[in-house]
Ligand binder design. Structure first.
Ligand SMILES: NC(=O)c1ccc[n+]([C@@H]2O[C@H](COP(=O)([O-])OP(=O)(O)OC[C@H]3O[C@@H](n4cnc5c(N)ncnc54)[C@H](OP(=O)(O)O)[C@@H]3O)[C@@H](O)[C@H]2O)c1
Length: 283
């Protein structure tokens, strides 16, 4: 009765479109991924992004740097990628090692090449309500919205509750929901009585990183629930939502096969978008 909101399915359609768009360019767009250190989770994500990019015919290059890379060297690389006309877009995979100032590195990325949509310019434009078409949007929040749109969710006047207020998920997704005229509540670790908020949500987005934080009793019947959370426990991946029980009363995305594949698909769509913005006559 309630739908499994499948990121795997929706991402196929997005990748199909990106592949078709790619075929129209005279010169293929190129994605570069800068990856510093040896975080096992990042290793998997980076591998997936490169693999999917190559599958759809995009040029993709991994620049892997050692854990002890210093901030100046990383900034030099970011500046070189900004200037390199063969590079359409690039990301610096997060998290970075602790000795590096993440904000400084992200802030140095040319917003026109910021295919993760993390720079203050792109985030700021989103918060200002500037047309989303003209912005490189953060991939995960954009994927969440695309999933809901695919399942024909009507946002206008709906109560959307976002649990988590990070700069890369919670805040941008809340902004995108506001842009679609939802009434938005943002919850965080200081929120009192979380259930009082989540139980009234027509749309519930959870991005915390605590397995099974959202149990069925915290969810309104018939709601649309998107689980962004990913936590590895004994080598098994868990979301923030108790999917097995929540799916009995609400539409819900699973983990894995939910938001993860959407993030990759939206990143690659952003590379195509960046290419179009940089050179509209190339298509
Ligand atoms: N699938 C994907 O592609 C993808 C992409 C990005 C992230 N993720 C996953 O999504 C999760 C969130 O990522 P993130 O980068 O946004 O994490 P983050 O920066 O650690 O933020 C977590 C947020 O959850 C809030 N929080 C913590 N405990 C809470 C509680 N008991 N009740 C309500 N809110 C609580 C925190 O509140 P405070 O602000 O008060 O500390 C914070 O705002 C992680 O599991 C991450 O791995 C998945």
């Amino acid at each position: 009765m309630y739908s499994i909101l499948s990121g795997t399915e929706v991402s196929k359609a997005i990748l199909f479109k990106a592949k078709n768009d790619l075929a129209k360019f005279d010169k293929k767009p190129k994605l570069v991924i800068v990856y510093v250190g040896n975080d096992p989770a990042s290793e998997v994500y980076v591998g997936m992004k490169i693999k999917k990019a190559q599958e759809i015919g995009m040029d993709a290059e991994l620049k892997k740097l050692p854990d002890n890379t210093n901030q100046e060297d990383l900034l030099t690389l970011v500046n070189a990628l900004n200037k390199d006309s063969s590079v359409t877009g690039f990301i610096v995979q997060l998290p970075l090692p602790k000795h590096i100032d993440t904000a400084k590195i992200i802030g140095a990325i040319d917003p026109a090449k910021d295919v993760d949509g993390f720079t203050p310019t792109n985030i700021g434009k989103l918060f200002l309500g500037i047309s989303e078409e003209s912005i490189l949007l953060s991939a995960t929040p954009a994927g969440v919205i695309k999933m809901l749109e695919h399942y024909k969710v009507d946002f206008k006047g709906k109560h959307a509750v976002v649990v988590g207020r990070s700069n890369i998920v919670g805040k941008p997704v809340a902004s995108m929901l506001l842009n679609r005229n939802a009434t938005v509540t943002i919850c965080h670790s200081g929120t009192k009585n979380l259930a009082d908020h989540t139980k009234t949500a027509d749309i519930l987005i959870v991005a915390v990183g605590k397995p099974k934080l959202i149990t069925a009793d915290l969810v309104k019947k018939g709601a649309y629930v998107i689980d962004v959370g990913t936590s590895k426990v004994n080598d098994k991946l868990y979301g923030d939502v108790d999917f097995e029980n929540v799916i009995k009363k609400a539409h819900c995305s699973p983990v894995p096969k939910g938001v993860g594949p959407m993030t990759v698909a939206m990143l690659l769509s952003n590379v195509v978008k960046a290419k179009m913005h940089q050179n509209p006559s190339s298509i």
